[in-house]
Ligand binder design. Structure first.
Ligand code: FMN
Length: 361
């Protein structure tokens, strides 16, 4: 446990460091690398190009829990179980949702560049998604243009509401077999969701294993984020960057239940609405479908100039999840994801591992 005196010593040491030690150059390198990952495709030279677009998908804690195999006009996406997050996601729900997000990006990019296809979930062993593509005329798609621009924006939003037509576009984009969504935009409804976010967050913040797992995936500075190319880089959440030896004790000191609950209250109150995604069944195949639906929603939001960010606390704690499900009148159905949306300036983009590090064939 850090004493107040030790913390002050750390802070003084940090303040005494020249700015370059916290490395503006590293931030420039980071920004350049993040941009390189997102260079647009003019055509699809090979399946590796599609895999790069697939990996730009949202994924829990940015662990990038996927492996890819490629053949001519075919991609398979498999789980990488070494990148599980067993505390926050003990049944690998988020992991399979993340695979679905990646699959949807690949499908959209393929279709745009004249290689449309279909995804099939094979439930044998750990499960895999097989995507077969067939040459056809290219079909431009606004969702494709949004792939390199989409980001999880974990800041306060402007409070501006979303026009009814745009809400309808979000709903239409998210339509995927086996998944339904509920959009909550009225103040009372958002306040009700906030109660469950606070209940879930309070439970998680009281669990030292949850906090430890989260801290393990935080990257405190650009060089750490560039070295691992995964995890949650502080700048992407609007937080300061610092050397890891300062960041880790600072995290222990400042990451508190009250501060987090206050942050989520402000974030939710400033959002235009909340989307809840519900799979028809509680199995890996439907979790993949939920990921595909969410990814399409997020891309449509991006294409319309909106931001989004997960507030999954109500669905991550089983006891809170069943109450949340009752609140929404879902009966026995499991609410799979909770996402807020609205308007805000962008934050830095997140990092990804290179294509060669995720392809296994
Ligand atoms: C299944 C799933 C669960 C997620 N849960 C959370 C969450 O609870 N809180 C959060 O801030 N972000 C959450 N995210 C967003 C990821 O952290 C984010 O996608 C990842 O860090 C990559 O960043 P990007 O979306 O900006 O590309 C989740 C994403 C997925 C797909």
């Amino acid at each position: 446990m850090q004493t107040r005196r030790e913390f002050l010593a750390l802070s003084t040491a940090a303040a005494a460091m020249p700015l370059s030690a916290c490395s503006e150059h590293d931030m420039d390198d980071y920004t350049e690398a993040a941009a390189r990952l997102r260079v647009n495709l003019t055509h699809i030279p090979d399946m590796k190009a599609l895999v790069r677009f697939a990996t730009l998908a949202a994924n829990g804690h940015n662990t990038q829990p996927w492996r890819f195999t490629i053949r001519k006009n075919a991609i398979s996406i498999l789980p990488d179980l070494s990148r599980r997050t067993p505390v926050v996601d003990p049944d690998d729900h988020h992991l399979y949702v993340s695979l679905g997000c990646a699959a949807e990006n690949a499908l959209i990019a393929g279709k745009t560049h004249g290689l449309p296809g279909a995804a099939r979930f094979d439930s044998t062993k750990e499960g895999r998604i097989d995507i077969d593509l067939t040459p056809a005329p290219a079909q431009p798609d606004a969702l494709y243009e949004a792939i390199p621009k989409r980001q999880s924006t974990r800041s306060e939003y402007s409070g501006r509401s979303v026009a009814t037509d745009d809400l309808k576009r979000l709903e239409a984009a998210a339509k995927i077999k086996g998944v339904s969504i509920i959009l909550i935009t009225d103040e009372a409804g958002r306040e009700a969701v906030l109660d469950y976010v606070i209940a879930g967050n309070s439970f998680q913040m009281d669990d030292p294993q949850f906090v430890q797992e989260l801290r393990d995936w935080i990257r405190f500075n650009p060089s750490e984020a560039l070295r691992t190319r995964d995890g949650l880089f502080t700048a992407c959440s609007g937080n300061p960057t610092m050397p890891a030896w300062i960041g880790k004790p600072m995290f222990n000191l400042f990451f508190s239940k009250d501060a987090e609950n206050e942050k989520y209250t402000k974030q939710l109150k400033s959002s235009a609405g909340v989307a809840v995604f519900i799979g028809e069944r509680e199995d890996k195949h439907h979790w993949v479908q939920v990921g595909r639906s969410f990814q399409r929603f997020a891309l449509q939001a991006t294409a319309l100039g909106m931001r989004h960010s997960h507030i999954n606390q109500p669905i991550e704690v089983p006891s809170v999840r069943s109450q949340f499900s009752n609140e929404l009148g879902l009966g026995k159905a499991r609410p799979d994801l909770v996402v807020r949306f609205g308007y805000a300036p962008p934050l830095p983009m997140s990092m990804r591992r290179s294509v060669d590090d995720v392809i296994f064939s």
